[in-house]
Design a protein around this ligand. Structure first.
Ligand code: AMP
Ligand code: MN
Ligand code: MN
Length: 328
């Protein structure tokens, strides 16, 4: 049985647990990476053994975070056999990836903390606040609930988690509590100028080239309400880009004047395509596009992987997106 609990109940549950595995989702982003690493620091401060597992290991963009060197690929060997699993920023069990699901299920005690409305809940217990801008916003409360003082290292990881998930306080999910959590981090000594320089005012050459390639090939529906772009394996090679370099690219499509739904299709293999979907309220791409195809996410920022070649998968997704716009 999976039980939905309060943040304090989750803290109470975690307080006497040992040998904790902190898990993030596939294609780990700033929130998954920062939230798991912040919890790693907090559990260590409590004298517990802990390890972070992220599918594929630490993303290069976040390799400078304190404790990043301790992050393991979820599928790789761990320094100890975990007894407790805590999933952070994971919208549903399969988003842990195959190895992550196995690890999670092999643990004696299992819990999740998340901020995706579509999360059905998993583990023995879970805490979900679908209005939070980032899981990191909630991790601040969890650390408070554990009675651990927010250190500079924890705060650095959490500032990255929070600021990346709300588009640096730019997206509609940004709420008063988002600023309050970020202010707590700043007060704990985070190098805000250094982090924002690295994350928001610096772009690798490969990332820049990839952005150019996607924008050069962008398409729009005749009425201008839909915009879509593609990232193929060949484009990644041509740009000298990493998979993680696609983060944020879909925003450029969504920001085109008049566009209601933006779709970025990424070729994962000849028969599998990952989609990033963006919209603005009252449209809902999680409910109307991602979930019907087996994905999930937030109302205005969702994703799904479709087991079809890129062009076939794109047709399906665009048809649902068009329907969503028509039905509004
Ligand atoms: P992305 O477009 O990859 O930045 O993801 C946007 C949102 O959708 C994030 O909150 C993800 O957690 C969620 N999401 C992305 N891909 C998937 C997927 N394959 N299945 C379920 N949710 C996803
Ligand atoms: Mn995430
Ligand atoms: Mn998140």
């Amino acid at each position: 049985m999976t039980k939905r609990v309060t943040i304090d109940a989750l803290a109470d549950w975690l307080r006497d647990k040992e040998d904790v595995l902190l898990l993030g989702h596939e294609s780990p982003d700033g929130d998954a990476t920062g939230s798991t690493l912040a919890m790693w620091h907090a559990l260590r401060a409590m004298g517990k053994r802990a390890v972070v597992g992220l599918p594929g290991g630490i993303p290069l963009l976040y390799a400078g975070l304190p404790g990043a060197g301790e992050v393991r690929d979820t599928g790789a060997a761990l320094p100890f056999e975990p007894r407790t699993a805590l999933a952070l920023d994971v919208s549903e069990l399969p988003r842990l990836g195959e190895a992550g699901v196995k690890r999670f299920e092999a643990c004696l005690d299992r819990a999740a903390l998340d901020h995706h409305h579509t999360n059905p809940g998993f583990g023995d217990l879970y805490f979900l606040d679908g209005d939070a801008a980032a899981a990191g916003e909630l991790v601040v409360d969890l650390i408070d609930g554990l009675g651990v003082e927010l250190s500079r290292d924890m705060a650095t990881c959490l500032f990255v988690a929070i600021s990346t998930d709300c588009g640096h306080f730019n997206y509609s999910n940004t709420r008063a509590k988002t600023f309050e959590a970020a202010a707590r981090c700043a007060a704990a000594g985070v190098d805000v100028a250094g982090i924002t320089e690295r994350l928001y005012r610096t772009r690798s050459a490969g990332r820049t080239k990839l952005l150019g390639l996607v924008l050069a090939g962008l398409e729009r529906s005749p009425d201008g309400l839909l915009a879509w772009g593609r990232i193929t394996a060949d484009m990644l090679k041509e740009a000298g880009a990493l998979r993680e370099d696609k983060e944020g690219v879909v925003n450029y499509l969504q920001e085109i004047e008049g566009v209601r739904i933006a779709v970025l299709a990424e070729e994962r293999s000849p028969s599998s395509t990952k989609f990033s979907l963006r919209t603005k309220a009252p449209l809902n791409v999680a409910r109307d596009v991602a979930v019907p195809l087996g994905g999930g996410g937030h109302d205005c920022a969702a994703g799904v992987t479709v087991d079809l070649p890129l062009e076939d998968a794109l047709k399906k997704v665009l048809a649902l997106a068009r329907e969503a716009i028509t039905n509004i």
